[in-house]
Design a protein around this ligand. Structure first.
Ligand code: ADP
Ligand code: ASP
Ligand code: MG
Length: 415
């Protein structure tokens, strides 16, 4: 008998029929004698609908009230799922984040989990009940409702599994595992049996939204066995694994390709090339709470240089306004911006032991006439910023160039 924490995403609980199907699946595990703790998302589209309501009233909604609003989506699905379980003869009890007492900091809309009170869940499990917890939410010290950032139910699932020392945390979604790249974009994407935490973390941070990045960080830190599976069909899914040695041996150089359409580029042109200038440009950006991703500074010509960096598309206008004043103060020529860019990243622990990966990437892009605007690398990743309209072409061509394409027969296995 095992203890499983299962998380079901928005599409998996998107309709009453889907909720009934999830209840059947959970009932199957209970019938085998397993203890079950479930985290659920809101029905698909619901969180977006609630955010749109808020924005119809306040363009930048009050963060505390936004959390009160968007956390209601998950309160609907926990109750419906418990009803469906009871209908099947299995006792179940629903909990909001606050009722469990998933304690977070007070950073509304992007709160971090600090601790989880296990007491109520343990009592229910010993009484044979299925515990159903609202994903994506918690409470701060003062009892204010908080939420964990978009996709945050993944993190609820992993945090519950860590707190309860579950045998496995199973993330049920609408694809049957982690693929070499988003299978909705590349037909020939292939499901991976295993991927290392390190690679999954890099994939998530470079834009693969199959798992929220914090959930992967959490699972790595607390060594939670983590698996991604489909709620629509049976299958082994993908195990996120710690045994990097074994994996590296048999692994290709590149394990996956991630991409992010949310980036925008800002350039401060004609910057006097003197010490301290980069910090005078980037410090006010940080102070305005704008996250910077890729940064490139050109070689100086005539003692001036261009400094280019990327930010989230939503922050581009704000970054430009912040910099217009700064540019004048430091004697830069102008501030330019472009939101028609995207980032493509190749990820793989195999890169550590192979040379020439970057040139293979750049050659493949050149063969398709895709111009590279910026480049950034880490030990297990190379990212490029390109024109957004070439994004899908770039992902497909790199997928082929690094030997990731599935055989035609395999490509129909997704969930
Ligand atoms: P859920 O609502 O279950 O949390 P998400 O939409 O957040 O589901 O995440 C699942 C989606 O992630 C898939 O439908 C797929 O389009 C996307 N995705 C992006 N990259 C990958 C990848 N490498 N492997 C699998 N799915 C991916
Ligand atoms: N419902 C929330 C969202 O849409 C959390 C989640 O689904 O993980 O972001
Ligand atoms: Mg998700």
């Amino acid at each position: 008998m095992s203890l499983f924490v299962q998380k079901y995403g928005g599409t998996s609980v998107g309709t009453v029929e889907r909720i009934e199907a999830v209840a059947d699946r959970i009932a199957g595990f209970r019938a085998q004698g397993h203890d079950m703790v479930i985290a659920v998302s809101a029905m698909s589209g619901e969180t977006n609908r609630l955010i749109a309501l808020a924005q119809a009233i306040q363009s930048t909604p009050d963060p505390r009230e936004l959390d009160v609003l968007v956390s209601t989506g998950e309160q609907v699905t926990i109750a419906l799922l418990c009803m469906a379980l009871k209908k099947r003869g299995w006792d179940a009890r629903s909990y909001t984040g606050g009722q469990v007492r998933i304690l977070t900091d007070n950073a509304h809309t992007k709160a971090r989990i600090q601790s989880i009170d296990e007491a109520n869940m343990r009592t229910d499990l010993s009484a044979g009940r299925v515990v159903v917890v609202a994903g994506f939410q918690g409470v701060d010290e003062q009892g204010n409702i908080t939420t964990l950032g978009r996709g945050g139910s993944d993190t609820t699932g992993v945090a519950l599994a860590a707190a309860l020392k579950a045998d496995e945390c199973q993330i049920y979604t609408d694809v049957d595992g982690v693929y070499t790249t988003d299978p909705r974009v590349v037909e020939k994407a292939r499901r991976l049996d295993k991927i290392t935490f390190e690679e999954m973390l890099e994939m998530a941070s470079q834009g693969s939204k199959v798992l929220q990045i914090r959930s992967v960080e959490f699972a790595g830190k607390y060594k939670v066995p983590l698996r991604v599976l489909s709620s629509f069909k049976e299958g082994p899914g993908t195990l996120i694994t710690l045994d990097e040695e074994e994996n590296t041996m048999e692994q290709p150089v590149v394990s996956g390709i991630a991409f992010n359409r949310d980036e925008a580029k800002v350039t401060v042109a004609g910057v006097p090339d003197t010490p301290g200038v980069a910090s005078r440009i980037l410090a006010p950006i940080g102070a305005a709470n704008i996250e910077v991703d890729v940064i490139v500074q050109n070689v100086s010509a005539d003692n001036t240089t261009d400094l280019t960096f990327t930010v989230n598309k939503n922050d581009m206008q704000k970054a430009v306004s912040v910099l217009e004043g700064v540019a004048k103060a430091i004697g830069a020529r102008e501030v330019l911006s472009d939101d028609q860019v995207a980032k493509v990243s190749i990820v793989g622990v195999g890169m550590r032991s192979h040379a020439g990966v970057a040139s293979r990437m750049f050659t493949a892009l050149a063969e398709d006439n895709i111009n590279i605007q910026m480049i950034t690398t880490s030990e297990i990743k190379i990212s490029v910023i390109i024109e957004e309209k070439y994004l899908e072409l770039a992902v497909r061509c790199l997928h082929t160039a690094f030997g990731l394409d599935a055989e035609p027969a395999e490509s129909s296995t997704r969930g």
